[in-house]
Design a protein around this ligand. Structure first.
Ligand SMILES: NC(=O)c1ccc[n+]([C@@H]2O[C@H](COP(=O)([O-])OP(=O)(O)OC[C@H]3O[C@@H](n4cnc5c(N)ncnc54)[C@H](O)[C@@H]3O)[C@@H](O)[C@H]2O)c1
Length: 271
């Protein structure tokens, strides 16, 4: 893609022209917005997701809207050999990936209980598997390729609930709540990021972490109201609110940044 007519300083700081990016969990609510953003910034984007139909649909939607093609690959991020195969396919089809965003999360059966005393071990295992082990495995697979081709940038997506506890009082009878497994997995992602930043520095790989707040998704109105009331900026997030921070962490603008935890939460964690 030709650099566009934007001021040269913006291309210098934020342009990703024809660099190759992978978004794991790219069919999700935040993942799809990030895929589109990276594509619009000029990157060749591979969208990895366990839900291949959703991945293809998202890739098609973005292609229709932007005239830019994305590569959808069915990948279960808990399976190292599937990640290896995905990296090989990206190298073959688009070239070596130099950017990775880890955006997958588990939200299946048993997930939503917040009853600590009876939280099912099966749900705990699955959440930790996808949200934490999956991030580690994806970083491993992509770091090997990045290291072999001169380096790269990784952004892991954690959560405010990896920094502070959810406030159970805002969930009420909404039927939605945030479980212990999620909090533990997201705290793990933050520390994994710091560890990798140190241990991949000599491979010229920067690793940073986004801490997002809750995205509005037609949740129970009482929950939305209470969440907004507890947020200094007075509303839940839109997935689009995270575009700038992720683009920054992947672009030359953040060349002197690694191991950072970038909080974009409307102020949720400041009080
Ligand atoms: N949405 C929010 O309110 C919010 C708030 C804070 C943090 N986050 C974090 O941001 C990230 C993205 O959130 P989202 O709202 O887009 O999530 P989402 O649930 O909408 O999407 C997650 C995606 O991950 C995929 N996935 C699940 N298991 C997988 C696996 N084993 N291998 C590969 N892909 C798998 C799903 O198919 C789905 O497309 C997540 O890490 C989430 O924890 C989200």
């Amino acid at each position: 893609m030709e650099p566009n007519n934007t001021p040269p300083i913006l291309n210098e700081l934020f342009g990703l022209h024809d660099q190759v990016a992978a978004v794991v969990g790219g069919a999700g609510r935040i993942g799809r917005v990030l895929c589109r953003t990276l594509s619009q910034a000029g990157a060749q984007v591979a969208l990895l997701d366990v839900d291949i139909q959703a991945a293809r649909d998202v890739a098609d939607q973005i292609a229709r809207a932007t005239s830019r093609q994305l590569l959808a690959i069915e990948t279960d991020t808990t399976q190292p050999e599937q990640l290896e195969a995905a990296v090989a396919e990206i190298e073959r089809s688009l070239g070596p990936p130099c950017m990775l965003v880890n955006s997958a999360q588990f939200r299946g059966q048993g997930f939503y209980s917040s009853d600590v005393e009876s939280y099912p071990k099966s749900a705990w295992d699955r959440v930790l598997d996808v949200n934490l082990t999956g991030v580690h495995l994806a970083c491993q697979a992509f770091a090997r390729s990045m290291a072999a081709h001169g380096g790269g940038r990784i952004v892991n997506i954690a959560s405010t609930y990896g920094v502070v506890s959810p406030d159970p009082r805002i969930y009420g009878d909404s039927g939605v709540n945030s479980p212990v497994s999620y909090a533990a997995s997201k705290a793990g992602v933050i520390q994994l990021t710091r560890y990798l930043a140190v241990h991949l520095r000599e491979r010229n790989i920067r690793v940073n972490c986004l801490v997002p707040g809750g995205v509005f998704d037609n949740q129970h109105p009482q929950f939305v109201e209470q969440y907004a009331a507890r947020t200094p900026l007075g509303r839940m997030a839109r997935a689009e609110d995270y575009r700038g921070a992720v683009l920054f962490m992947l672009s030359p603008a953040s060349a002197y940044m690694t191991g950072a935890v970038v909080t974009v939460d409307g102020g949720w964690t400041v009080w």
